[in-house]
Ligand binder design. Sequence first.
Ligand code: NAD
Ligand code: GLY
Length: 326
Amino acid sequence: TKYGIIADDTVAKLYGKQCMQSLEAAGIQSELIIFSHGEVNKTMATVASLASELAQQGFDRSDALIALGGGVTGDITGFLAAIYMRGIPFVQVPTTLLAQVDSSVGGKTGVDLPEGKNLVGVFYQPKIVYIDTDVLHTLPLDELRGGLAEVIKYGVIHDADFFSFLAQEREAVFALQQDTLTRLIARCCEIKAWVVEQDEREGGLRRILNFGHTIGHAVEAASDFQLIHGKAVAIGMCAVADLAVRTGYLQEGDAQAIKKLIEQYELPITIPTDLDRKVIKKYLLNDKKTVAGRVFYVLPQGIGKVMITDQVSEDAVDAVIACSGC
Ligand code: NAD
Ligand code: GLY
């Protein structure tokens, strides 16, 4: 009957009115419901407060939600939709590159706890994902770069042609040329959908989407989250490329190609020298994707091909972390 558009304050100011007007023009009633931006607000408290607002505004099971925003908004809205009145439908309208190529597709929803990121949530698929590449014009450059790390990830894990396309189209990407962005985003969504269709609950194959994230998360946490997620993932992808060379799965030339593309996209390739390697190691062992004490690594075997293994020696990991940037 009506849509609740959930947006953070920044996105609400930029696109809230426009979104409501376009729904109105299509004869659809909507309400804009706003929360404060930022990962610090991806909490149970925000979800509870948004749920109360929905109830006060009379939302019922004939209604639906729209997540208008980045990954924080998408994760919160998906979770809210999954639990409000035991589940109402929702639509993703992602407005960051990261959300367009990754978080809006695949149905992972949830919030953070003081004890860690994304510790509470459910798998709950959106009915549809609408992507308007035009909104990227207002996105800060660093946020764009962060999303590009996830874009490069898809090339390495699954598509060598896409990897080459990224190398050729760098200027068009930074100039936000719409036809290039459309191709780029569509390919990422296709790859993610292909993975999630086969393994929605991350029993196996879906782990390949964590390429670069295991070491990346540890680096991000060791920097006290001063390093943005995308940059930490870029560093993590380079570190596992080194790990794959060290363990004999990847040719040095391919590792260099991965690093070259990451650098081309203005992302870091080494762990900052001021980060304590022991702290990184501690976070690595506490990663929530660790299963029964086993750390899984997604190792590249070439461009467009990866393997998942927990058979990597601690010595090799220590050496890679110690040597990054030497
Ligand atoms: P975000 O949602 O916080 O957005 C980043 C910032 O950009 C925010 O301040 C937002 O207000 C602003 N913004 C959004 N769109 C804008 C636009 N078009 N113009 C100007 N400013 C804009 O962060 P994010 O990087 O999009 O997402 C990160 C979150 O996504 C994390 O919480 C992460 O855990 C989650 N995530 C989820 C999945 C998943 O599968 N569900 C996958 C990857 C990441
Ligand atoms: N971003 C990783 C996943 O959706 O599985």
